[in-house]
Write a protein that binds this ligand. Sequence first.
Ligand code: PMT
Length: 401
Amino acid sequence: MSASPLAGKRIVLGVTGGIAAYKAIEVSRRLVDAGAHVVPIMTDAAQHFVGATTLSALASEPVQTELWNNPTTPIPHTEVGQGADLIIVAPATAKSIAAYRMGYSHDLLQNTLIATRAPVIVCPAMHTEMWEHPSVVDNIATLRARGVHIVEPETGRLAGGDVGAGRLASPETIVAAAERLLGPSDLAGVKVVVSAGGTREPIDAVRVIANRSSGKQGYAIAAEAAARGAQVTLVSTVGLPTPADVQVVAVETAAEMQSAMETAAGDHDVIVMAAAVADFRPSNAASGKIKKHDGVPEITLEPTPDILAALGGSKRAGQVLVGFAAETADLISNAQGKLERKRLDLIVANDVSAPGVGFAHDTNAVTMLRPDAKPVEIDLATKRDVARAVIDAVVDIRSAR
Ligand code: PMT
């Protein structure tokens, strides 16, 4: 299984003075979790918003703040930038963006930014009026033209209760941008559709037949494919945060999921069915609420369409079709049967009765089966690690063609 593209990378995290500085803590934590070595730098202003002690505790080494008398190194103004694989500035204020544009190296962060050949990600955060001011617009355009990667702010609640564009992008989005920059782009130009979550089949106006799928595994696959350059559509029954650069199509029932997947199959190169689709649904859902005083209802079930089998039957030349198998017994033989019957290129089998595996966990353990290759086992790992292994296999299948 390949490691995160951030593993072993030295990433300088520059924090400047905005209310969003608290989110830099979470950015740092996520980078460290992915195996990066995080070198934190805070400006004087940043320290008004979060304490250096907090960031030091969650980064890989103590926060550096000083250009002069820096206890870490006698030449901090070049050493930090020269040793970096990537620099992220989050949040980046209007002032720090202006200084970077001008090469105005008045503090440790600005020195680091101009004494590096590493890629730089700038994540602006400020009030809408500032974000839209011609000077900021011009500075951002200049940085972009120089190859600096800008993670655009989001629209939402700002300091003081204002609402508008300028809120720092989520830590997840910022880390995804880093992964995209440092990772392989082996799915560039490839269209991938992923299904995620459990379908909900109505019994009446308020009740459904559902299952325990949280959507986490499907979302992780969508995020990994996007990080590797794919154009990703995520057909989802759940409301997890949308991964960066992913288009979500919201659905609820098996019939809605089938329609969305069949539409996407027309022009997508890779299809991954990670969703837990109900195998049965009530044949006559009541339009209103079934009342308790009418007695216990008898619910007749009918089979739902097998979306994956239908996609296998209409697979286009060159299209890669990936299914999952959720089993509680005879994992390999059951998954092998599904691989063949549904005409799949890859099936990802998980024993959902094992601890930490399958539904709702943050972890999974799988065996990947292909018609033409040896089984690959992934021991208990995060769902993102499993997603990386699944996408590695997809890339391998595509390159063998
Ligand atoms: O969502 P999480 O909480 O992260 O959990 C992840 C997961 C356990 C849901 C995931 O890892 C998983 O196993 N997904 C497939 C669940 C499932 O429905 O497995 P199955 O063996 O019943 O179905 C086999 C395949 O056929 C699956 O790809 C399924 O999407 C597909 N299918 C099933 C029934 C149906 N009517 N139509 C289908 O397309």
